[in-house]
Design a protein around this ligand. Structure first.
Ligand SMILES: *Cc1c(COP(=O)(O)O)cnc(C)c1O
Length: 424
């Protein structure tokens, strides 16, 4: 009997995320990956134009990272992180402190992006609880995305994800992102919210909203909003899960801000895509609020795989590469090439807006709203057919390649997008 291929075996028992299996096409089996390339069962190659959800920034199967993780698993595979500690976590906390904004003082480990945000929200609520205050409201941007656990989902403003759960979420008041000439208006909306609610935290994706379609907002505007919150002691939580580790040009998007967040969430590129791990960092002020003679004022929140040594080893190897001369050169080249391509296509009739920040390129297509849903799927298939993995968000096509993508590979991504612009 002929062996079934991976696609048909996949269908038998697997349930994929973000997939309507009644309508969805079969999942594409990937058997191997190297650098910016993915290979399928037939050996066809695809350029990973979005670094597998912006995680694999130093390329797939990067030998420095593979070797660091291999060495780690042969030395110390895993131990629990309550009562025990280990060098990979200690060293990672030291290295993160060197690159995080200066007001960050403590690192709390989690195992994925959503749980990093979840911990940040719980920290904020308990921060006030420990002081005998009840603050029950979160502030968040419209169309933000912070993950799929309940706290993180509450802060998220994308209704396509939240629909069935709306009735079960935390109390959140939403504000528009500060952009163009609405800054004064958003500031006064926020002031009003702060005056009328018991606000514990303001959760935001700094400068770029990823899942919303790589939408940018104003640095000055965000700075002003953080300033207003901090005047009322509302804790500001920067969700840098997408923006962290060089995506926006600086190490972190928060590096562009005058007012530094009280809490920062990191995941995705933290481990260069090698291992699920995340951290929630905070200022000394936040940490101190949990110090007490009373045990229950500590932070009683844990995940079994907190600070997994293999994840820490991958993160340490990644941070070593982040500002190496080779990667810095690539980061600058990608930004330059993105800008030239953006100039070239900005007047194309199918382009509504094109924007670049660091290694992020986003193109909003000039298409009627009714076509968004289908168009997204058609574009996704069109790109795959041509050997490029891009996952359009609504009517936005974005490129966020691994830093190690070659100029030729990047050119092929642009050529494929140009072809799509002339086709759709
Ligand atoms: C991906 C993402 C998350 C959620 O991370 P998971 O690891 O998928 O749970 C949260 N916030 C932002 C900004 C993200 O991009």
């Amino acid at each position: 009997m002929q062996e079934e291929n991976l696609s048909s075996r996949d269908k038998k028992y697997l349930w994929h995320p973000l997939t309507q299996h009644k309508l969805g096409k079969p999942q594409l089996p990937i058997t191997r990956a190297k650098g910016a390339l993915l290979f399928d069962e037939e050996g066809k190659e695809y350029i990973d134009g979005i670094a597998s959800w912006y995680t694999v920034m130093y390329g797939h199967a990067n030998e420095h990272i593979v070797s660091a993780v291999t060495k780690q698993m042969q030395t110390l595979d895993f131990v629990m992180f309550s009562g025990l500690t280990h060098e990979p976590a200690i060293e990672l906390s030291e290295k993160l402190m060197e690159i995080l904004p200066g007001n960050q003082a403590k690192i709390f480990f989690n195992d994925n992006g959503s749980t990093a945000v979840e911990a940040a929200i719980k920290m904020s609520l308990q921060y006030f609880h420990n002081n005998g205050e009840k603050r029950d409201t979160l502030i968040a941007f419209e169309n933000g995305f912070h993950g799929d656990t309940f706290g993180a989902m509450s802060a998220s403003g994308l209704s396509s994800y939240n629909g069935p759960f709306e009735d079960f979420l935390l109390k959140v008041v939403r504000i528009p992102v500060p952009q163009g000439d609405n800054i004064e208006e958003v500031k006064s909306t926020l002031s009003k919210i702060l005056a009328e609610n018991d606000c514990a935290a303001f959760v935001f994706e700094p400068l770029v909203q990823g899942a919303a379609g790589m939408k940018f907002h104003s640095t000055e505007g965000l700075d002003a909003l953080i300033g207003l919150c901090q005047e009322q002691e509302v804790l500001c939580i920067a969700d840098e899960i997408m923006t962290g580790f060089g995506k926006t040009g600086k190490n972190f998007a928060s590096d562009n801000l005058e007012n530094k967040p009280d809490v920062i969430c990191l995941s995705k590129a933290l481990t260069a895509g090698m291992f699920p791990l995340s951290i929630t960092s905070c200022s000394q002020k936040v940490y101190n609020r949990f110090l007490s003679e009373e045990v229950h004022k500590g932070f009683f929140h844990a995940h079994t795989f907190s600070a997994h040594p293999m994840g820490c080893a991958a993160a340490l190897a990644g941070i070593k590469l982040l500002n190496s001369s080779e990667i810095l050169e690539r980061r600058a080249s990608i930004e330059n090439l993105h800008n030239s391509f953006a100039d070239k296509i900005q007047d194309h009739k199918s382009v509504k807006e094109v924007r670049v920040m660091g290694v992020i390129l986003a193109i909003d297509l000039n298409i009627e709203t009714e076509r968004y849903g289908n168009l997204r799927d058609e574009l996704y298939s069109f790109f795959l057919e041509k050997g490029v993995l891009l996952r359009p968000l609504g009517n936005t096509v974005y490129v966020l390649p691994p830093f190690v993508i070659t100029n030729e590979e990047l050119q092929k991504v642009y050529d494929t997008i140009s072809e799509a612009l002339n086709t759709f």
